[in-house]
Structure formats: C-alpha cells, structure tokens
Design a protein around this ligand. Structure first.
Ligand code: AMP
Length: 281
C-alpha cells in the first residue's frame, strides 16, 4: 500500500492509475478508522480497480470551540487497517499542504446546509464541501463512498456534485453499528464507561420513533416529543437537536409521509454524537 503525503505525490500516483485505465474508488475520512470506515473501503474494493482513501482532519470544518485539536489521530494504525481491507493508497496531507498561507477559496451549498447540523455547526458544511471538492480534484475518483451515518453530509455532497456537474458517482453505505446499536464513530473514543452506556439513548430514541411510525403515528411533533422525553430521562445526555425532515430536500414536514430522515445530535457529557434513521412511510 502506498502512503501519499503531498498533493504532488497523489497526483503523480493518480496519473499512473488513470493511464493504466483503472477505475478509482475513493473514501474520504478523518482517520482513527473503525469498522464503519472499513465497510466503505470494502464496498469500494469490490466495485473499483484502485481504492484510495484520504485521512485528513480538516481544520476548516471545525468550529472555534470544537474538538479539532483533540480529535483522535493514529496514522500508523490507520494504515495497517486500510491495508488489511485491500486499500491501494492512503492520501494523508498536512493542513498546510491543503491550505497553504493565503488560501482563499470556499464552496457553499445553500438550503440543505441550513438545517440540522448546519444550524448547530455554522460553517461546518462549507468546510466539508470545500475539502471534498479539493480531494475530488486531486484524486479524480470514478466513485466516492460516504456513510449514511452522516446523512446530511451525503445529501449535501450529492447536491454539490449534481449542481457543479462533477464527473463522478456518489454512493452511500449503511451505518455500521456496535452490537448494542450505537453507531460507530471516531468520537466514541471520548466516552468513558458511563457515557458509553448513556450514548445508547440515541439509538433507542430512533427505535422509539420508528416503532411509533410503524404503528401508524403520522404527526411529527408527537414522535419528536417521545424521542425528547426518552433522551431527557438520561442524565448524561443533552439534546442539540431532534428533527424529522423530508428526503432528499430536508424540507420541514408535520405529516410524516414519503421518504423521511429522523436525525438527532446529542451531547453525552462533552461529546457530541449524531445518528439517524431513514424511513419510507
Ligand atoms: P469521518 O472520518 O467521521 O469523517 O467519516 C468518514 C466517512 O466514514 C464518512 O463518509 C462517514 O459517513 C463514514 N462513516 C463514519 N462512521 C460510519 C459508520 N458508523 N457507518 C458507516 N459509515 C460511517
């Protein structure tokens, strides 16, 4: 497996791959890999000739009081894990490589980014779409893989790719969960034992919502109230948001019908976790 540290090295490698006529599957990540990330790589491995991942903790998608500095990092372990699922190359640039002094260009998707995480993390999606565009330009993937775990991110990236006529396909891979239902996340490593247990409340509240809807409930406010009550009963949990919106446009709805996204962000202690279910009503 190749470790590419600079944009120049990455571009030279991609040129070789493209000249050989090989298709490129790409998985952007922030590293500290877990089974959720590896699942995206396994799907890419099945579908593409060459699999490239990026490991880059993108400073411009973090707010000033967020966890950029303490975000977990372990490149050596990540490379071993990536190699174990057949990844061909890891692109791991420094922040200075991606944003040299004087960097001035940013990309914004309107509308979709003004809901859910876009409200509680101003500037987050601007950072995501900017870095993903840079990565797409460097790696030139045929297919890029994203996790359903970050449902809004997938919708925003798909919108950006369509609006800007980017020459690639975006594929979504289902959320990988721990045995008890907690969605895998690099941020789960922040949780102590009590918090890890409390973090289950995200999954439980999503299950509660799904059960209510499957039993015939169609009023969004009632489903949200039940989810909030469940979360508020957990002393270590503090709600950032709980919402149900239409897919793919993230429109506000009161009557639950069609394709919907049940999404939430909850602080467990100081750790902000997100999760979601997608349902067809
Ligand atoms: P991150 O490193 O958190 O930026 O995630 C990199 C990619 O992995 C994103 O497309 C995420 O949606 C995806 N991902 C993260 N956690 C999971 C999970 N538990 N299941 C599936 N995909 C995931």
């Amino acid at each position: 497996m190749r470790l590419l540290k600079t944009i120049e090295e990455a571009k030279a490698y991609i040129k070789e791959v493209k000249t050989a006529g090989r298709s490129v599957g790409f998985v952007p990540t922030m590293g500290y890999l877990h089974e959720g990330h590896l699942q995206l790589m396994k799907v890419a491995r099945r579908e593409c000739d060459t699999v490239i991942i990026s490991i880059f903790v993108n400073p411009i998608q973090f707010g000033v009081n967020e966890d950029y500095d303490k975000y977990p990092r372990d490149l050596t372990r990540d490379c071993e894990l990536a190699a174990s699922v057949g990844v061909d190359a890891v692109f791991a640039p420094t922040a200075a490589e991606m944003y040299p002094s004087g960097y001035a260009t940013f990309l914004e998707v309107e509308g979709l980014t003004e809901k859910l995480c876009g409200l509680s993390r101003p500037g987050h999606f601007r950072g995501v779409t900017t870095v993903v565009t840079k990565l797409f330009n460097i790696i030139q993937p045929d297919i890029a893989y994203f996790g359903q775990k970050d449902a809004q991110q997938v919708l925003v990236i798909k919108k950006m790719v369509a609006d800007l006529n980017m020459n690639l396909t975006v594929k979504t891979v289902e959320t990988v969960r721990e045995a008890d239902g907690l969605a895998m996340s690099s941020r789960n490593s922040y949780l102590n034992k009590e918090e890890r247990q409390a973090a289950l409340v995200l999954y439980k509240s999503l299950q509660k919502a799904r059960d209510m809807i499957q039993a015939g409930e169609r009023q969004k406010s009632r489903v949200i109230a039940a989810m909030e009550a469940l979360i508020k009963a957990e002393p270590l949990a503090r709600i950032d948001y709980v919402d149900i919106l239409s897919i793919p446009d993230l429109r506000d709805i009161e009557e639950l019908k069609g394709e919907i996204l049940i999404a939430l962000a909850v602080y467990i202690g100081n750790t902000r976790l997100i999760d979601n279910f997608m349902l067809e009503v």
